[in-house]
Every structure is written in C-alpha cells, then in structure tokens.
Design a protein around this ligand. Structure first.
Ligand SMILES: Nc1ncnc2c1ncn2[C@@H]1O[C@H](COP(=O)(O)OP(=O)(O)OP(=O)(O)O)[C@@H](O)[C@H]1O
Ligand SMILES: Nc1nc2c(c(=O)[nH]1)N=C(CO)CN2
Length: 199
C-alpha cells in the first residue's frame, strides 16, 4: 500500500525541494580531505594494503586521491624482535562521510582482512588509522583527531611527507618539521614495491 493513498494529508515532496535540501546539506556537497595511515605486519602485507585501498575506494562518498610510497618499518611501541616488520603507507582521500562514518568504514575494512584485536599494538593483517580529517581537532577517545600519536611516528610522517611536503598536522604544525624531530631509524623506503591508486 502506498502511504500517500491512505493519508491524503501527506503530500509527495517535489523533486525541486529535495534538490534544494540536498544542496544545503554540506555533507553531500562539501567533501573534506582526510589522511589515512595503512599498516600491515601479518600475511601478504602488500596485498593487504592494496586490498584496503581498493575497499576504501569502493566506499560511496569516498575517493582515494593519492597514495604514498611503501615503507618497511620496525614495529613501534613493542619490544624489538617480538613482531614481524610492517609495511606502511599513507593515503589522501576526499570524502563526504563525516568522521564517525569514516572510522566505521575504516574498521569494517580492517575486519574484512580478519584483523584480530587482542593486545595493544599487537601484530595485525591490517591497520587503518585516521591521521587527520580536515582541520578537525577532537579528544574523543573513540575518534581522536588528529591521531594522538601521529606526530611521533616516522612510519606515518615519512610517507605523508613524500605525498605532500607542505602538509600540516592540525595542532602540531608542519609534517616536515615533525619528521625532522623524530627518529627515522628502521623506517626504510621499499622502492621495489608500489601501491596502485584505485581507478
Ligand atoms: N584517529 C583514530 N583513528 C583510528 N582509531 C582511533 C582514532 N582515535 C581513536 N581511535 C580508537 O582507537 C581504538 C583502537 O584502535 P586500534 O586498535 O587501531 O589501535 P592501534 O592501531 O593498536 O594503536 P594506535 O591507536 O596507537 O595506532 C579504535 O577502536 C578507535 O575507536
Ligand atoms: N612500524 C609500525 N609500528 C606500529 C604500527 C605500524 O603501523 N607500523 N602500528 C601500530 C598501531 O597502530 C603500532 N606499531
């Protein structure tokens, strides 16, 4: 049964009104930049990173605009020698998704790669972190923006700097300056590996 047939007071909304409301909705018409960090240290690491990019690019309202070189990196935050090394990269995306939906999508992509969450900084098939979303600053623990440890991490700053030497991390300043201040030991370009920008 069509609702308008049973209730004559409910009028169909004219297409022009729908268009006007959509045009006023900045989430539909106003995409934002976001910076995503990708990491993997289990399984076929390069395939996992490429799969993540492809899955992100399949998301309505999200375009992957640029992908960094790939780095081989020593695990950060754990005892040396206790985990395999990571492949890391950074992607720049344009999205109409709000930050919370972008996080949901990033986590769904992680799950699709059978990411197991057991210990903090544990080894993983795939990690997708939101490093920055436009100039949003938030200390919400569910989604902290910028990512609370990005400014300390050469495995994020080095590939991001390759992609955009002028980049700024909101609240922390130039990525170039931050990169100069962190220890880059154990963060090595893998010029033999490449990630494809999804079509
Ligand atoms: N900017 C962010 N990007 C991704 N997750 C975030 C962010 N800020 C807060 N979180 C929260 O952190 C939780 C743990 O994320 P995750 O398991 O990926 O951490 P981790 O990768 O092991 O460590 P780290 O946060 O140091 O990178 C997520 O469930 C998410 O709610
Ligand atoms: N080298 C490296 N170390 C890490 C990484 C990562 O992506 N690369 N991710 C972590 C949790 O996000 C913890 N440690």
């Amino acid at each position: 049964m069509k609702p308008n047939q049973s209730d004559p007071t409910v009028q169909p909304v004219p297409a022009a009104v729908v268009a006007a409301v959509d045009a006023a909705d900045s989430t539909l018409s106003n995409p934002h930049w976001a910076v995503l960090a990708l990491g993997a240290n289990l399984g076929n690491r390069l395939e996992n990173l490429q799969g993540a990019l492809d899955a992100l690019a399949d998301t309505p309202g999200l375009r992957v605009k640029a992908v960094s070189p790939v780095y081989e990196t020593e695990p950060w935050g754990v005892e040396p020698g206790t985990q395999p090394s990571y492949l890391n990269a950074v992607a720049l995306v344009r999205t109409t998704l709000p930050p919370s939906s972008l996080l949901e999508r990033a986590q769904a992509v992680e799950e699709a790669f059978l990411r197991v969450r057991d210990e903090r900084w544990g080894a993983r098939t795939l990690d997708v972190d939101i490093i920055a979303y436009a100039d949003v600053v938030s200390d919400d623990p569910v989604l902290t923006l910028p990512h609370p440890r990005a400014h300390q991490r050469a495995f994020v700053l080095a590939p991001w700097h390759d992609l955009d030497p002028e980049a700024q991390l909101p609240g922390h300043g130039a990525v170039a300056t931050l990169l100069a201040a962190v220890d880059r030991a154990g963060v090595t370009p893998r010029t033999d590996l490449e990630l494809r920008l999804p079509e």
